[in-house]
Ligand binder design. Structure first.
Ligand SMILES: Cc1cc2nc3c(=O)[nH]c(=O)nc-3n(C[C@H](O)[C@H](O)[C@H](O)COP(=O)(O)OP(=O)(O)OC[C@H]3O[C@@H](n4cnc5c(N)ncnc54)[C@H](O)[C@@H]3O)c2cc1C
Length: 397
């Protein structure tokens, strides 16, 4: 039974192949990074299907924070590998993705947060990332918007920053096509045929593709893809919103991507304005993506404590998108034990842009059955069968 079918006008141009070695569902950062890494490694007949346009799902929504500031070693490894890859994007793809290494500053307002940040800083340094604790005075010097009296300390990582996801998606898509992959837009996965213990074909609004391998990179919509093959993909969509203040005649002082651990309030520069947001607690799960101001009261309450001059920000516009949350707010990366040929890279729970390059590498190596730069088993979807090995990550919102 197919749910949520959206009739699409058939696109003209590239024909849908009848056979593929691997079909990737989803044309966000995960799908295009995976397509590129597979095609670059010599996998022939890589087909990516995207029901809309490339990069118009959640990957259209961040002003892409990129960082290796995490507490779980596997997340640090993904963040560091991706940060390095984004740093080399210009050289590798000839594309400027607007990477700005303004740093990340995580605000600590209780003893537990200080302990957590101290511990994760040591781990990050072991991975070769630069992270150090700073005093309230130093935090204020780095970010003059802060109320230093509210802080016990902060964790500062100067090599982190933000970049533009649309440019990264376009660069991977162009490089994947150049390496021989077929990327189809306006093409929706409707059903997947399974038989003889494996995958047989996938049916889209343009016809059927015979294939033995599928990568689910369908972001917030992944649960439905899993249902097509009877594999549980525990991904829940949650609306998250960003506000942009009016552009000023002169820029605000440049500040790091600053995030309050206690409330999840965050802000950083956007040209001459400021980008502000919070993962507000009163947001119910669902696919709605209308922009509203329902998050503002929580943002204002947090700003009153941490950065009083940002209370009632002078908003000019904003937008809403979906976090693709898993129960422990960490990714699902792996291959199904129950259904050979079903791979997944989804559930990034609001930090998928920054993990995109590394996850593309992991998916390539999982598909090719070879060791990778790290062991991805931490992120297996099986951890939710008995909740025995959930990932505890401090630096996510
Ligand atoms: C407001 C906001 C701010 C964020 N800020 C950051 C940040 O600062 N840093 C960061 O790293 N991350 C951030 N994120 C999270 C990040 O955007 C996501 O984790 C990431 O984009 C997920 O990429 P994806 O490729 O998995 O999913 P998506 O980009 O959503 O791609 C999935 C695609 O699958 C397609 N699809 C679904 N079902 C089907 C089907 N049946 N057939 C064909 N196509 C299908 C969809 O159309 C979609 O385009 C933010 C997210 C939001 C909403």
């Amino acid at each position: 039974m197919v749910n949520q079918v959206v009739p699409l006008a058939l696109p003209t141009g590239v024909a849908q192949p009848t056979d593929a070695d691997v079909v990737i569902i989803g044309g966000g950062i995960m799908g295009v990074s995976t397509a590129f890494h597979l095609a670059e490694a010599g996998v022939r007949n890589v087909v990516l299907i995207e029901r809309g346009e490339l990069g118009t799902g959640s990957s259209a929504k961040p002003l892409g924070g990129v960082r290796s500031t995490f507490s779980d070693p596997a997340n640090i490894a993904l963040g560091k590998r991706s940060l390095d890859a984004y740093g080399r994007f210009g050289e590798r793809f000839g594309v400027d993705i607007g990477l700005r290494k303004v740093g990340y500053l995580f605000l600590c307002r209780n003893e537990q947060e200080v302990l957590d940040c101290e511990r994760s800083g040591v781990l990050q340094n072991d991975f070769g990332s630069v992270n150090r604790m700073v005093s309230p005075d130093e935090a204020l010097a780095i970010n003059p918007f802060l109320n230093k009296d509210a802080l016990l300390a902060a964790a500062y990582s100067p090599d982190d920053g933000f970049a533009e996801p649309a440019k990264a998606v376009a660069a991977y898509a162009a490089a994947a096509r150049a390496a021989g992959a077929t990327l189809l837009t306006g093409t929706e996965a409707l059903d997947i045929e399974v038989g003889n213990g494996g995958i047989k074909s996938i049916t889209t609004n343009r016809g059927t593709i015979r294939t033995n391998a599928i990568v689910c990179a369908a972001g917030a919509w992944s649960r439905h893809v899993g249902q097509m093959v009877g594999v549980e993909m525990p991904v829940t969509p949650v609306r998250r919103q960003i506000g942009m203040t009016r552009q000023r005649a002169t820029a605000y002082p440049t500040v790091p991507f600053t995030l309050d651990l206690s409330t999840t309030m965050y802000f950083h520069n956007y040209n001459n304005g400021m980008l502000v947001g919070i993962s507000n607690q009163n947001q119910a799960a669902g696919f709605g993506r209308d922009f509203s101001h329902e998050w503002l009261p929580e943002f204002n309450a947090a700003a009153t404590i941490c950065a009083p001059s940002l209370v009632e920000p002078d908003l000019e516009f904003g937008w809403a998108g979906l976090y693709e949350n898993t129960p422990d707010h960490n990714a699902l990366i792996g291959a199904s034990d129950k259904l050979p040929g079903f791979f997944y890279a989804t559930g990034f729970s609001g930090h998928g842009f920054l993990q995109g390059p590394a996850v593309g590498e992991l998916m390539r190596d999982l598909y090719l059955g070879r060791p990778s730069f790290m062991d991805p088993s931490t992120f297996s979807a099986d951890r939710f069968i008995d909740d025995s090995a959930l990932v505890r990550e401090v630096h996510i919102i």
